[in-house]
Design a protein around this ligand. Structure first.
Ligand SMILES: Cc1cc2nc3c(=O)[nH]c(=O)nc-3n(C[C@H](O)[C@H](O)[C@H](O)COP(=O)(O)O)c2cc1C
Length: 316
């Protein structure tokens, strides 16, 4: 039987993960979709979602996904995202907010069951080895096995975390994943909008750490490559954590201009460290003062490649 992705016109079982704050915009998403995978746009705000989706549609006629981070999304973001072929949500109580095909990224079996009960068309199980914000504590293949046992046969379960080459994809598919979802591998593509110095740091990196340091407004664990900020703060002091929590309710409403000013002023020793990653249009100071999100696979990735070449390699 064709998979959910195949039924919707996605040829290859490869999904490029949404990478927030504008790391995955139309260039990357369109290149991945055009190559036969499913590309995902991840930007903040209804206007930005519409602009990026229109720009991607101009580059490819193939299906596209939009990622929506639930802690920040407002109603009009969902309306804009509903114009994509897939909406992928993350980090929050799963609830259907828009028509169309909806996938929810989960960190546990209980969360996957809640997403299915809420009407999700499929789930992405995210392993603890994943880059960016990390929802659960279980390795990806183990979580996949547990989720498949707990969910009805045939319910689409995709796997995120630990995907960097064709052997990883094959292992995920053999274990019953509908598709493999890769973030870090596509961050290190020519089309990703990560800052050039961020990409350089990742190519050099041999390890990642799980921290909650870059939590201003989003106090949640995330996997990063160490930099001057993580070295300065180590295990974040209680006051940092308290301030991050206090800011969380307002994060959804902070105007973009204020957020931009905050990230420009950010230094490795700043007590408030924003979750914004260093994009190619952000200040290069964020490379030492911001979050260098990356998954454990970063230690195995040695080159920046065009997305089409990555897809060909992953699909083998
Ligand atoms: C730079 C970066 C940013 C991310 N931002 C988001 C995001 O905005 N929304 C989301 O659902 N997941 C986000 N993730 C997590 C991915 O969806 C996915 O779980 C992860 O990339 C898989 O692990 P990998 O990076 O080792 O491939 C991000 C991951 C990275 C590396």
């Amino acid at each position: 039987m064709p998979s959910l992705l195949e039924r919707l016109g996605v040829e290859l079982p490869i999904v490029q993960a949404g990478m927030g704050g504008g790391i995955s915009r139309h260039e990357l998403a369109a290149a991945v979709s055009e190559g036969g995978g499913l590309g995902t746009i991840a930007v903040n705000g209804a206007g930005a979602i519409r602009r990026e989706l229109a720009a991607a549609r101009a580059l490819t006629g193939r299906p596209l996904a939009v990622n929506v981070l639930l802690p920040f999304a407002r109603r009009d973001w969902f309306e804009a995202a509903a114009e994509a072929d897939f909406v992928v949500t993350f980090w929050g109580a799963p609830r259907r907010r828009a028509g169309g095909v909806w996938l929810h990224q989960c960190g546990s079996v209980a969360e996957a069951q809640r997403a299915r009960a809420a009407g999700a068309d499929g789930v992405i199980v995210q392993g603890v080895e994943a880059g960016g914000h990390v929802r659960g504590t279980t390795p990806a293949l183990q979580l996949l096995e547990e989720a498949r046992r707990a969910l009805p046969p045939g319910y689409p379960v995709l796997l995120a975390g630990g995907i960097a080459d064709r052997a990883d994809v094959r292992a995920a598919l053999e274990a019953g994943a509908e598709a493999a979802v890769a973030g870090t591998r596509f961050l290190l593509s020519e089309e990703s909008r990560a800052h050039a110095l961020y990409k350089e740091r990742l190519l050099e990196a041999e390890e990642t750490i799980l921290t909650d340091l870059f939590g201003a407004g989003w106090p949640a664990p995330h996997r990063v490559v160490p930099n001057a900020a993580t070295e300065h703060w180590g295990d974040p002091p209680r006051l940092n954590r308290l301030l991050n929590h206090l800011l969380a309710p307002g994060a959804r409403y902070a105007p973009p201009a204020l957020q931009l000013r905050m990230t420009r002023a950010q230094r490795p020793g700043s007590r408030l460290l924003s979750p914004a990653g260093p994009t190619d249009d952000a200040s290069s100071t964020l490379v030492d003062a911001g979050a260098l999100y990356a998954g454990e696979t970063v230690a195995r990735i040695e080159a920046i490649e065009p997305a089409a070449a990555l897809l060909a390699d992953l699909a083998g």
